[in-house]
Ligand binder design. Structure first.
Ligand code: FMN
Length: 311
């Protein structure tokens, strides 16, 4: 059955898009408001304000409709739906910021909801050269803290780095250990250089780098090795869950990221580079930003191959 979005697609394809407020033009009543993207409406359609259905047009060549903005305006006392066509994640954020004006609040609703939304998360390794606003990253970190944790001890810790100088210091420290590991493997030097340089660039070019750590001081202490090891594993599992939540939270707000295991091979170097407390054991590096490129889906194994049911 065709759903809500399919019907919206039909409305768009059967309509002419009229851009009456191009990007850079001023709002007719509030001249200080400059349109950050092309804004217009679908010709011969009807919205609640008596005009056509509003459209924001992004930079993507394919005018895919994958989100709408819902607005509530307390001055006009109305609620509207605005279509976002061909907008990348950064453009959606710009529209949201524009719409969240004095009397108005907006929310973006993405096409993919429910379980399909989980499937649409990709590990993204290339980012637009655009800063991630700090309030947004704080929101994502807060979402990550809703992960379950052993004894609700919440052992995850985050070192959040946007400053290039600190990214460089971390990348350098990880790179040195990586270099020695590859040299010990007997790799030829040009190959080592290329691999280390690729890793360094990845870290430096990501708008945001988060070192996910486990705080080893918050777990229970046992007299025997077996239970101590289980307690440690519970901490690692809890921190990893927070990392998973973080990636999903980022995906929800239009950011993307990738989990990098590099600090597992150089925990002391990462810790020292950022002068972290001794108890913060690095678990992973999460690179985040607005995606420049969404990689293709990597296949998953069918459930029947990885599950045993007793039903
Ligand atoms: C524990 C863990 C370690 C990973 N380490 C790396 C890494 O070092 N470098 C990298 O590019 N991707 C890394 N990834 C990302 C995986 O390659 C990616 O999740 C996997 O290929 C599936 O792709 P998808 O996330 O786009 O579905 C890691 C993921 C996990 C969960």
């Amino acid at each position: 059955m065709l759903d809500f979005w399919d019907y919206l697609d039909r409305l768009v394809t059967e309509s002419r898009i009229v851009i009456d407020r191009p990007r850079g033009s001023a709002h007719p009543r509030y001249p200080k408001l400059i349109y950050p993207l092309d804004y217009g409406y679908l010709d011969r359609t009807h919205a609640i304000d008596g005009g056509g259905v509003d459209v924001w047009l992004g930079s993507q060549a394919e005018r895919i409709l994958d989100a709408v903005a819902l607005t509530v305006d307390l001055n006009k006392r109305d609620v509207e739906v605005k279509l976002l066509l061909g907008c990348n994640a950064a453009e959606k954020q710009v529209v949201l910021d524009f719409l969240n004006g004095a009397s108005m609040r907006a929310e973006i609703v993405h096409r993919q909801a429910g379980l399909a939304w989980l499937e649409s998360r990709r590990s993204v390794r290339r980012f637009l050269p655009q800063e991630v606003p700090r309030p947004l990253i704080e929101q994502i970190l807060a979402a990550a803290t809703w992960a379950p944790s052993a004894h609700n001890r919440q052992p995850w810790r985050f070192a959040v780095i946007a400053a290039l100088q600190h990214k460089t210091r971390l990348a350098q420290a990880l790179g040195e250990v990586f270099w020695h590991d590859l040299a010990r493997d007997g790799l030829p030097e040009p190959e080592i250089s290329a691999q280390v340089e690729r890793s360094r660039q990845r870290i430096q070019q990501a708008p945001l780098v988060i070192l996910l750590c486990l705080d080893r001081s918050v777990g229970d202490v046992y007299p025997d090795e077996k239970r101590q090891q289980a307690e440690y594993l519970m901490g690692v599992q809890s921190a990893a869950l927070a990392g998973g939540y973080l990636l999903l939270a980022a995906h929800t707000v239009g950011l993307a990221g990738v989990w990098m295991c590099a600090p597992l091979f150089a925990p002391a170097a990462a810790q020292q580079a950022l002068e972290l407390p001794e108890a913060w054991e690095p678990q992973a590096l999460i690179l985040l930003g607005y995606p420049a490129q969404i990689p293709p889906t990597r296949p998953r194994q069918p459930i029947e191959e990885i599950t045993r049911f007793w039903y």
